[in-house]
Design a binder for this molecule. Structure first.
Ligand code: MN
Length: 130
Protein backbone atom coordinates (compact mmCIF):
# COMPACT_ATOMS: atom_id res chain seq x y z
CA UNK A 1 0.00 0.00 0.00
CA UNK A 2 1.29 3.42 -0.91
CA UNK A 3 1.13 6.96 0.44
CA UNK A 4 0.00 8.99 -2.54
CA UNK A 5 0.24 12.78 -2.73
CA UNK A 6 -2.51 14.08 -5.01
CA UNK A 7 -2.00 17.65 -6.31
CA UNK A 8 -5.35 18.65 -7.84
CA UNK A 9 -7.29 21.92 -7.72
CA UNK A 10 -10.63 20.48 -8.86
CA UNK A 11 -12.64 19.23 -5.87
CA UNK A 12 -14.63 16.69 -7.89
CA UNK A 13 -11.51 15.14 -9.40
CA UNK A 14 -9.80 15.14 -6.01
CA UNK A 15 -12.80 13.40 -4.48
CA UNK A 16 -12.89 10.75 -7.21
CA UNK A 17 -9.15 10.07 -7.15
CA UNK A 18 -9.15 9.89 -3.35
CA UNK A 19 -12.10 7.50 -3.38
CA UNK A 20 -10.46 5.19 -5.91
CA UNK A 21 -7.06 5.13 -4.20
CA UNK A 22 -8.53 4.54 -0.73
CA UNK A 23 -10.75 1.78 -2.12
CA UNK A 24 -7.54 0.02 -3.17
CA UNK A 25 -6.05 0.47 0.29
CA UNK A 26 -3.78 3.43 -0.40
CA UNK A 27 -3.45 6.56 1.72
CA UNK A 28 -4.08 9.97 0.13
CA UNK A 29 -2.43 13.26 1.03
CA UNK A 30 -4.26 16.10 -0.75
CA UNK A 31 -2.83 19.37 -2.04
CA UNK A 32 -4.89 21.98 -3.91
CA UNK A 33 -2.11 23.90 -5.65
CA UNK A 34 1.52 23.54 -6.65
CA UNK A 35 3.08 25.36 -3.73
CA UNK A 36 1.11 23.33 -1.21
CA UNK A 37 1.97 20.18 -3.16
CA UNK A 38 5.70 20.84 -3.11
CA UNK A 39 5.56 21.62 0.60
CA UNK A 40 3.65 18.46 1.41
CA UNK A 41 5.91 16.37 -0.82
CA UNK A 42 9.00 17.41 1.11
CA UNK A 43 7.21 17.11 4.45
CA UNK A 44 5.59 13.68 3.91
CA UNK A 45 7.92 12.02 1.35
CA UNK A 46 5.10 10.15 -0.43
CA UNK A 47 5.62 6.91 -2.40
CA UNK A 48 3.95 8.44 -5.44
CA UNK A 49 2.76 11.84 -6.64
CA UNK A 50 -0.31 12.33 -8.84
CA UNK A 51 0.00 15.71 -10.47
CA UNK A 52 -2.73 17.67 -12.23
CA UNK A 53 -1.17 19.72 -15.04
CA UNK A 54 -3.79 22.46 -15.10
CA UNK A 55 -3.23 24.16 -11.75
CA UNK A 56 -3.60 27.83 -10.80
CA UNK A 57 -0.50 30.03 -10.42
CA UNK A 58 2.08 27.28 -10.90
CA UNK A 59 1.18 24.67 -13.52
CA UNK A 60 2.01 20.99 -13.24
CA UNK A 61 5.07 21.25 -15.47
CA UNK A 62 6.60 23.84 -13.13
CA UNK A 63 5.68 21.72 -10.11
CA UNK A 64 7.34 18.63 -11.61
CA UNK A 65 10.50 20.56 -12.49
CA UNK A 66 10.68 22.05 -9.00
CA UNK A 67 10.25 18.63 -7.40
CA UNK A 68 12.95 17.05 -9.58
CA UNK A 69 15.45 19.70 -8.52
CA UNK A 70 15.18 18.54 -4.93
CA UNK A 71 17.34 15.49 -4.09
CA UNK A 72 14.56 14.19 -1.82
CA UNK A 73 12.21 14.06 -4.81
CA UNK A 74 14.46 13.07 -7.68
CA UNK A 75 13.36 9.42 -7.65
CA UNK A 76 9.76 9.66 -6.44
CA UNK A 77 7.37 8.55 -9.18
CA UNK A 78 5.27 11.41 -10.57
CA UNK A 79 2.27 10.62 -12.77
CA UNK A 80 0.65 13.55 -14.55
CA UNK A 81 -3.13 13.71 -14.83
CA UNK A 82 -4.38 16.13 -17.44
CA UNK A 83 -7.19 16.93 -19.80
CA UNK A 84 -4.84 18.51 -22.31
CA UNK A 85 -5.18 16.66 -25.58
CA UNK A 86 -2.71 18.59 -27.70
CA UNK A 87 0.17 16.92 -29.50
CA UNK A 88 3.44 17.44 -27.67
CA UNK A 89 1.95 17.32 -24.19
CA UNK A 90 3.23 13.81 -23.55
CA UNK A 91 6.74 14.96 -24.38
CA UNK A 92 6.37 18.07 -22.24
CA UNK A 93 5.15 15.95 -19.33
CA UNK A 94 8.13 13.59 -19.60
CA UNK A 95 10.60 16.44 -20.11
CA UNK A 96 9.31 18.09 -16.94
CA UNK A 97 10.29 14.94 -15.04
CA UNK A 98 7.07 12.96 -14.82
CA UNK A 99 7.11 9.18 -15.22
CA UNK A 100 3.91 9.00 -17.20
CA UNK A 101 0.67 10.52 -18.20
CA UNK A 102 -3.00 9.71 -17.67
CA UNK A 103 -5.71 11.59 -19.50
CA UNK A 104 -8.93 12.87 -18.01
CA UNK A 105 -11.71 11.96 -17.88
CA UNK A 106 -10.62 9.38 -15.33
CA UNK A 107 -11.77 5.82 -15.99
CA UNK A 108 -12.64 4.48 -12.51
CA UNK A 109 -12.10 0.87 -13.59
CA UNK A 110 -8.52 1.27 -14.75
CA UNK A 111 -7.20 4.43 -13.08
CA UNK A 112 -5.38 2.89 -10.11
CA UNK A 113 -3.80 0.04 -12.08
CA UNK A 114 -2.61 2.48 -14.74
CA UNK A 115 -0.97 4.72 -12.15
CA UNK A 116 0.95 1.86 -10.62
CA UNK A 117 1.97 0.51 -14.02
CA UNK A 118 3.88 3.78 -14.46
CA UNK A 119 5.51 3.32 -11.07
CA UNK A 120 6.57 -0.24 -11.83
CA UNK A 121 8.04 0.78 -15.17
CA UNK A 122 10.13 3.59 -13.71
CA UNK A 123 10.98 7.02 -15.03
CA UNK A 124 12.03 5.97 -18.49
CA UNK A 125 8.77 4.17 -19.27
CA UNK A 126 6.80 5.23 -22.31
CA UNK A 127 3.61 7.07 -21.51
CA UNK A 128 0.22 5.53 -22.15
CA UNK A 129 -0.58 4.93 -25.78
CA UNK A 130 2.96 5.08 -27.09
MN1 MN B 1 -6.85 21.40 -12.54
Amino acid sequence: MADVLVIEDNEQNLYLVTFLLEKHGHTVIAAHDGAEGIGLALQTLPDLILLDIQLPVMDGYAVARALRKNPLMDATPIVAVTSYAMAGDRERVLEAGCNGYIEKPIDPDTFVSRIFAHVKNGRTAAPDGL
